[in-house]
Structures are given as structure tokens and as C-alpha cells.
Design a binder for this molecule. Structure first.
Ligand SMILES: C[S@@+](CC[C@H](N)C(=O)[O-])C[C@H]1O[C@@H](n2cnc3c(N)ncnc32)[C@H](O)[C@@H]1O
Length: 197
């Protein structure tokens, strides 16, 4: 996610902190990246990684992203890199094809919607939201977007990544064979000004 100098950034599913530290250390240094994870041991890994990289602009909280303890409209930019079925990473975790079933996908899709609903409470008008998952199931990608479009018409689409990424609804999908990476989906949205509830 692109961040700018002085931005207040929320990363609600942050551990182990790869994206938190990349954002906090990027050239357009945000003033603060609040990195939350529901699991205390995993949140500690984010804090350790941020300290190791000398990033004083990272604040770590142990919190359920569905009801993060931050004030309304606290953030200019929000990342929900959500827990997902992980089926885009089958080449690294091939056992997932036996572990993950349709019920898991539906349970995760519900959690993803709840996380997005929680996140939107903390996003200021004019702020941007990035939703990402390392999977390709319709329930966790385009269906999430369709649900967002219906429930949150105040969210407008931003440019999505191009190159090896392919358009997928309003978002973009990277297939594992396209660039030799994990498969993943990303959706970038902006909350229209004057639309905070
Ligand atoms: C895909 S990983 C995030 C990876 C991370 N963004 C990175 O780049 O290193 C999803 C994370 O969400 C956390 N998580 C699961 N349920 C959560 C919830 N209800 N609230 C906040 N975090 C949650 C998991 O513990 C896991 O660390």
C-alpha cells in the first residue's frame, strides 16, 4: 500500500509485520503505523521486527480488528491483509488443499467482512482502504467486493495494480503462474469525502 509523509496508517491484521515494516520504513514516511493483531504472541513478533529495523513510527496493539480500540476516523490509510484460506500459497503449503474445505472458506469470508466493517469505522473521509488476501476463492475476493459495493456505496474504486495482475471485479488478481509468486487478490478503495457515518 502506498503511504505518504505524515499519514496515520492502520494495519489491522499485521503479524508477522512484513507489510507494517515496509510501510513504516518507506520513503514517504508515515507519522504512525498502528499494527494490530488479535494474537498476542504474533503481535510481539511485529514489535520485535519493527525494533530490529529501527522503526519508531510503529505502534503495536493486541486487538481484534473487528473492534479495534481506536477512535472513529483515526486513519488516513488502512490495510486489511486478512486471514484467509491461503490457497494462493499452495506451492509453499501444499497440505492446505486437504486442510481447507468449503466451510472454512465461508467462515473466513464472514470474518473478512466483519474485519472490513470494523476497519471502516476507523477510516477518515477521503482515506484509502486496501483489502488483500493470499487466496483466489470467489467468496474471499469478488464476493467480498460485491458485498462492499452494496453495503458501502461511499467507497469508490482506485487504480488497481497492473502488469502481471489481472482485473478481477473492481480489484486485481495475481495468479501464481503469472509472476512465480503466491497467488493473491487486492482491492483498493477510497472513502468519498463527506461520507463518514
Ligand atoms: C495474512 S496474515 C497478515 C500478514 C501481515 N500483513 C504481513 O504482511 O506480515 C493475517 C493475520 O491476521 C491475524 N488475525 C486473525 N484474526 C484476526 C482478528 N480478528 N483481528 C486482528 N487480526 C487477526 C492473524 O493472527 C494473522 O497474523
Amino acid at each position: 500500500m502506498e503511504v505518504g509523509a505524515g499519514d496515520r496508517v492502520g494495519d489491522l491484521c499485521a503479524a508477522p509485520g512484513g507489510k507494517t515494516t515496509a510501510m513504516a520504513g518507506s520513503s514517504g514516511r508515515p507519522s504512525l503505523v498502528v499494527a494490530g493483531d488479535v494474537h498476542e504472541t504474533r503481535a510481539r513478533i511485529v514489535a520485535t521486527n519493527a525494533a530490529r529495523l529501527g522503526l519508531p513510527n510503529v505502534g503495536v496493539i493486541v486487538a481484534d480488528g473487528r473492534r479495534a480500540p481506536v477512535r472513529d476516523a483515526a486513519f488516513d490509510r488502512l490495510l486489511v491483509d486478512a486471514p484467509c484460506s491461503g490457497l494462493g500459497a499452495l506451492r509453499r503449503r501444499p497440505d492446505a488443499r486437504w486442510r481447507v474445505g468449503p466451510r472454512d472458506v465461508e467462515r473466513l469470508a464472514l470474518l473478512q467482512r466483519q474485519l472490513l466493517e470494523g476497519a471502516l469505522g476507523c477510516l477518515r473521509c477521503g482515506g484509502t482502504l486496501v483489502y488483500s488476501v493470499c487466496t483466489m476463492t470467489a467468496s474471499e475476493t469478488v464476493r467480498i467486493d460485491e458485498w462492499l459495493a452494496e453495503r458501502h456505496p461511499e467507497l469508490v474504486t482506485l487504480d488497481q495494480p497492473d502488469g502481471p495482475w489481472a482485473r478481477h471485479g473492481r480489484g486485481a488478481l495475481l495468479l501464481p503462474q503469472a509472476a512465480g509468486t503466491d497467488g493473491m487478490y487486492v482491492l483498493r478503495l477510497c472513502r468519498r469525502s463527506g461520507s463518514h457515518r
